[in-house]
Design a binder for this molecule. Sequence first.
Ligand code: ZN
Length: 167
Amino acid sequence: MKRCVKCGIEKAASEFSKKKSSKDGLHSRCKACEKLYKEANKERYREQKKLYYEANKEQIREYAKLYNEANKERYREQRKLRYEANKERCREQMKLYREANKERYREHDKLRHAKESRRRDEIYIKARMKNGYTREEAVILRGIYKSTKRGEQNRDTCDQLFMAGLI
Ligand SMILES: [Zn+2]
């Protein structure tokens, strides 16, 4: 048991947070009083922390870098374990998220497909142009090629039709 210097109530040791530098290894204020004190001085704490960070920025960053580097493997292991432990939950959440944002995903997919389609068009058109077609002709050929949906098999047919002046 220990008496808190702030509220004067005698409390169990577990009600005090640890402090290495003190004689009994505990804070003089109980946890409840400490919380109240911190709450009341929140702004001041924040300001102090900010000032400290500003003054020691370089050093803090350097230290963090070294620390992260030294603990890289451990971090990776932790991440893996965390992932393994939460895999099912993660998947479930992802599913719910997708479900909730279905429209947005669909829109995104549509844009992606349109972009891919344009890219393929361009490849086809460039290839036709290499074979001597003008861009306009190549665009027409691409349209026919796509509308037949049978792709490869109709490519030559398209070319033949075009060369025969039938399209
Ligand atoms: Zn207290």
